[in-house]
Ligand binder design. Structure first.
Ligand SMILES: NC(=O)c1ccc[n+]([C@@H]2O[C@H](COP(=O)([O-])OP(=O)(O)OC[C@H]3O[C@@H](n4cnc5c(N)ncnc54)[C@H](O)[C@@H]3O)[C@@H](O)[C@H]2O)c1
Ligand SMILES: O=C(O)C(=O)C[C@]1(C(=O)O)C=C[C@@H](O)C=C1
Length: 362
C-alpha cells in the first residue's frame, strides 16, 4: 500500500525522527503536538508542515502515527478517529498491551488501528534530538489485533519499510514480555548503577572510563517518560528485575565470603560472569542478523583536530569497513584510544596498515 500523506501526532524524538525519515522518501507529512514549540521546531528541521484540521490541507491522510507517551495513546487515537483524521492509525509507544486495552475500553475502532513500536531511540527527548536515520536496520514491532483490517496492517508495514526498519509481527502480550527483558528491566538496572554515582567521590568520577558510560547511557533518559513506560509494563518488568536482583544478591554474598577468606566463593562469581558472556553473545548483530563478534582494533590517537579523519582514511585505503567506533579519553592526558570494530578477518590487515603508517596500535 502506498503512503502519500502521513500525520504525525507528537513531534518529539520519535515522531520527528519518523517524519524526517518519511520526508526523505518523498512522503507528505503533517505535524501536530499539544506543545506549539515542538511542532515549530520539527517544521524548521524539515519534518513537514503543521496540520490544520478541518481544512482541505488535512484531507486524504493515509496514516496517522501517534508518537505521544504511552498513557496518552488511547485518548489521542479516540479523538483522531472521532474527527476522521486518517484512514489508518498506528502508535509507537514502548508498551503495547495497555494502550490497546484502553483503546478497546474507549470504544476506538480497532479495524483501522495497528499498534507498533520501533526498537530504536535515544536518551534524549524532543524534536531537537531527532535523526532521520534512527530506525535504519532496527526491529520495529507491530501487534495487529484480530479485529485489524489487513489494509491497516499493510499501511503500517509500509511505514516501517519507508523508515528503513525491519518489521517483526508479535502479539501485544509477547511484545511486552520481550521488551521487559531486552529494554525495560535493563533501563532500571542502568538507573540503579548510575544512582551509585550521585554520591561518588571526585576521584572516582575522574577515573570513569568507557565501561560506566556504556552501562549507564540510557539512565540519562527522561524520568517522566520512563515512569509511564514502566508503569504500563509493571508485572513483566518486576519479574525480570526479581531475577536480576537474585543474581546480584548471590554475587554480593559470594564476594563477601571471598573477602572473608572463603576461596571457594569464586565459583559462583565465575558462573555469573560466564552466563553473562553467553547472554551477551546472543544479542543479534546489525540489521537483526545473527550475533556477530567483531574484532576490535585499538589505536592511540592524539587529542588534535583531524586525527579521526586520518584514521578513517587508512581504513578506506585498505578497504576495511568500520562497523563501530568508540573513543576513550585518558583523563588529564592529550591522548585517547580509538576502538574500531571490524570483521574478524580484516583486523590483521588493518593493524598491519596502521603499523606501517606509524600509528601506535597497542
Ligand atoms: N525515547 C525512546 O527511545 C523511544 C523509543 C521508541 C518508542 N518510544 C515511544 O515513543 C513515544 C514518544 O516518545 P519520545 O521519546 O518521542 O518522547 P518525547 O518527549 O521526545 O516526545 C513526546 C511528544 O509528545 C507530546 N505529547 C505528549 N502528550 C501529548 C498529547 N496528549 N497529545 C499530543 N502530543 C502530546 C509532547 O509534547 C512531546 O512533544 C512514547 O510512547 C515512547 O514510549 C520512545
Ligand atoms: O537507545 C536508547 O537510548 C533507547 O532508549 C532505546 C530503546 C531500547 O531500549 O532499545 C528504549 C526504549 C524504546 O521503547 C525503544 C528503544
Amino acid at each position: 500500500m502506498d503512503l502519500r500523506t502521513v500525520l504525525v501526532v507528537g513531534t518529539g524524538l520519535i515522531g520527528t525522527s519518523t517524519a524526517l525519515a518519511l520526508r526523505k522518501r518523498g512522503v507528505r507529512v503533517l505535524l501536530a503536538d499539544r506543545d506549539e514549540g515542538a511542532v515549530r521546531l520539527a517544521r524548521e528541521l524539515g519534518a513537514g508542515e503543521e496540520w490544520r484540521p478541518g481544512t482541505p490541507q488535512a484531507e486524504g491522510v493515509d496514516l496517522a502515527v501517534i508518537a505521544v507517551p504511552p498513557a496518552a495513546v488511547a485518548t489521542e487515537l479516540h479523538e483522531l478517529q472521532r474527527i476522521g483524521a486518517a484512514r489508518f492509525y498506528t502508535d509507537v509507544a514502548s508498551v503495547k498491551g495497555e494502550p490497546i486495552h484502553r483503546a478497546r475500553q474507549l470504544g476506538c475502532d480497532l479495524a483501522s488501528y495497528v499498534a507498533s513500536h520501533p526498537l530504536a531511540g535515544r536518551e534524549k527527548s524532543g524534536p531537537g534530538a531527532a535523526r532521520e536515520d534512527l530506525f535504519l536496520g532496527r526491529p520495529w514491532a507491530l501487534c495487529p489485533t484480530e479485529e485489524a483490517d489487513p489494509e491497516a496492517k499493510a499501511a503500517v508495514l509500509r511505514l516501517i519499510e519507508l523508515c528503513g526498519a525491519n518489521a517483526v509481527e508479535v502479539s501485544a502480550i509477547d511484545h511486552d514480555r520481550a521488551v521487559a527483558v531486552v529494554s525495560h528491566a535493563p533501563h532500571v538496572a542502568a538507573s540503579a548503577v548510575a544512582a551509585r554515582l550521585a554520591d561518588a567521590t571526585d576521584v572516582a568520577l575522574g577515573l570513569a572510563g568507557q565501561g560506566i558510560r556504556d552501562v549507564t547511557r540510557i539512565a540519562g533518559s527522561d524520568p517522566g517518560l520512563w515512569l509511564g513506560i514502566l508503569s504500563g509494563n509493571a508485572g513483566p518488568v518486576a519479574e525480570v528485575l526479581e531475577a536480576v536482583a537474585n543474581d546480584l544478591a548471590d554475587a554480593a554474598s559470594a564476594l563477601r565470603a571471598l573477602a572473608e577468606g572463603d576461596g571457594t566463593a569464586t565459583d559462583e562469581i565465575t558462573q555469573l560472569l560466564k552466563r553473562g558472556v553467553a547472554g551477551h553473545d546472543r544479542i543479534p548483530g546489525k540489521h537483526g542478523g545473527p550475533a556477530s563478534a567483531y574484532a576490535v582494533v585499538q589505536v592511540v590517537i592524539g587529542d588534535r583536530p583531524g586525527q579521526l579523519a586520518r584514521l578513517f582514511q587508512v581504513c578506506d585505503e585498505v578497504g576495511v569497513n568500520v562497523e563501530d567506533v568508540r573513543l576513550e579519553h585518558a583523563p588529564g592526558l592529550p591522548l585517547g584510544i580509538a576502538e574500531l570494530s571490524v570483521e574478524p578477518g580484516a583486523a590483521a590487515t588493518l593493524t598491519e596498515a596502521l603499523h606501517e603508517r606509524g600509528w601506535q596500535v597497542p
